[in-house]
Design a binder for this molecule. Structure first.
Ligand code: ADP
Length: 529
């Protein structure tokens, strides 16, 4: 027979065992299962429940024994007996058995006593363990103290597991942010060995995560050409990263820009910012590299300078012609016959028109950039008349090209901005002439259905290489070819045409075969949404 002393020793042993088991667990659900099993064993309960306090200060059932998961709702009355009034350890004991009876009835079980053990850390109630049993038992002061010390252990274990849960969630969130960052991120240890390498960087460098992790920085980041700043090795050699800067708010970073050699040998323009991280003792711990693909930026810069020289050229040519003809006409020592005067004036007028069109395009582009596209004068536009006029105008500019209009006679009108639509087709026709230096036919055809009208402008010119097609509607973009270098242009025409068409709710696309010709298709809704 057990003596009272034996019994107490056993009780303590058991408690110690549980405490050990609890503190070694870091998974909240597992800790709660253990806590419940131990509580039920100690108190001889049939039904058990652990409720934890959530961020909104409400208590929610997190683990149970003796009740199927879908019936957890029956514990609602018990959960309501928990108050945040810490005076009674958070439990309104006077109502406990009453609430328990409601639960017992809902579960159809013979339960006669409810015991609630609050889990308290500091002055915070973390949760409550409920044990329901089919008999009413008394418990001594010793039992009370054993139970309380168990609940305290449980509180610590739950608290730790919750901290761990939060920490790993936070860590997962951070890794996800790094992983999905649009910029490449590289994390190194103090000896420049790679310990982190995100998706964007794999895309930029062509090296996979698995290949890069464990490698030295320089075997992945290899410069073909450095344009600004120092590569990491040189920066470290010159003393950077050796000592922590005093000003913690301004991390000590290094920026380097240039062309990287990718895994497949191709090049990519990047800017890399290196940041050094130090430990508490000021020793270098990690180096973080943010790698940004600046190809677009570079291309935009190049396009812009090409644009400025193109515009200057575009302005210079007509101005020189106008000036030349005007000074010739003004010469006092010469008398010009009427026909010569007319020819000179026609050139002056044409060139002035060209200048006006160029200025119109420049203004439209800068307006578009500043305030987006707005259609101002919407009305019924007769595309047939508009195109016939445009074709007639362009035909006078070239006798090498044959301009043909083949539109359905019943082509319906569209609702739109006539000025803008005229600019669209002027740009397409002017390109068709410019980019078919050997002449040929330029055909304007059309089709329509209930929703919209398609106008196609096709030429038999130089065509556009397939790899250039995705870019030709970009601002300032010009295909680099011998002809285009000789041909005046600013790279704005198609950019504007596309913006105007889109503003009408329409689309513009191109089909082209190199050295055979191009066809631009403009679709416009009969009335924009
Ligand atoms: P640009 O002022 O250079 O003509 P655009 O924006 O009108 O500018 O056109 C962009 C580029 O697309 C041109 O530089 C040219 O290389 C190409 N392109 C446009 N239209 C044609 C065409 N009909 N045939 C061949 N290439 C074309």
């Amino acid at each position: 027979m057990l003596t009272l002393i034996d019994y107490r020793v056993r009780q303590r042993d058991y408690l110690l065992q549980i405490a050990r088991a609890l503190t070694s667990r870091l998974d909240v659900d597992e800790v709660l299962r253990l806590v419940l099993a131990a509580s039920l064993a100690m108190l001889g309960g049939e039904v058990g429940l652990v409720a934890l306090r959530e961020a909104d200060n409400r208590f929610r059932a997190r683990a149970s024994v003796g009740v199927p998961a879908e019936k957890l709702g029956v514990f609602k009355p018990l959960l309501e007996s928990i108050s945040l009034d810490e005076q009674h350890g958070g439990i309104q004991y006077n109502q406990l058995n009453l609430k328990m009876r409601l639960v017992a009835r809902a579960l159809d079980l013979r339960l006669r006593q409810a015991i609630a053990l609050p889990m308290v850390m500091g002055d915070q109630i973390l949760g409550v363990i409920f044990v329901l049993r089919s008999y009413v038992g008394e418990y001594s002061a010793n039992d009370q103290s054993v139970l309380q010390s168990f609940a305290d252990q449980a509180a610590i274990a739950v608290h730790n597991a919750q901290l761990y849960e939060r920490l790993s969630a936070e860590q997962q969130r951070l890794s996800a942010i790094l992983e999905h960052s649009a910029d490449g991120v590289l994390i190194m240890d103090a000896s420049q060995r790679i310990i982190g390498f995100n998706k964007a960087l794999a895309r930029i460098t062509g090296w996979s995560q698995a290949e890069a992790i464990g490698q030295l920085h320089d075997s992945i980041i290899s410069w073909e050409r450095v344009e600004h700043g120092q590569p990491l090795g040189a920066a470290l050699a010159s003393g950077w990263g050796r000592q922590q800067q005093i000003d913690d708010d301004e991390p000590d970073t290094r920026y380097v820009e240039g062309d990287l050699r990718r895994r497949d040998g191709s090049r990519i323009s990047v800017g890399i910012t290196y940041t050094a991280l130090f430990d508490d003792e000021g020793r270098l711990q990690n180096i973080i590299a943010n790698v940004r693909d600046i190809t677009h930026f570079r291309r935009a810069q190049e396009a812009k300078s090409a644009f400025i020289s193109a515009v200057s050229h575009e302005l210079k040519t007509p101005v020189a012609l106008i000036k030349g003809y005007a000074s010739t006409l003004r010469r006092e020592d010469a008398r010009w016959d009427e026909a010569t005067v007319q020819r000179a004036l026609a050139v002056i007028e044409d060139e002035a028109d060209r200048l006006a069109a160029l200025i119109e395009n420049l203004l439209a582009a800068s307006k578009l950039q500043a305030e987006g596209m707005r259609l101002t004068q919407i009305g019924e536009v007769d595309l047939k008349a508009l195109l016939a006029q445009a074709v007639e105008r362009f035909q006078t500019q070239s006798d090498k090209h044959r301009l043909v209009v083949a539109l359905p006679p019943d082509l319906p009108t569209v609702r739109g901005d006539e000025v803008r639509l005229r600019q669209v087709f002027d740009n397409l026709l002017s390109n068709a002439i410019k980019y078919s230096p050997n002449g040929g036919e330029i055909r304007v055809s059309g089709a329509f259905d209930a929703r919209g009208v398609t106008i196609s402008v096709s030429d038999q010119g130089i065509g556009i290489p397939a790899e250039e097609l995705p870019h030709i509607f970009e601002r300032f973009y010009r295909v680099d070819s011998a002809l285009s270098r000789r041909t005046p242009g600013t790279g704005l025409g198609l950019y504007l045409a596309s913006a105007f068409v889109k503003a009408h709710g329409g689309t513009i696309r191109v089909e082209s075969t190199l050295n055979k010709g191009s066809t631009f298709h403009v679709w416009l809704p009969r009335s924009p949404a």
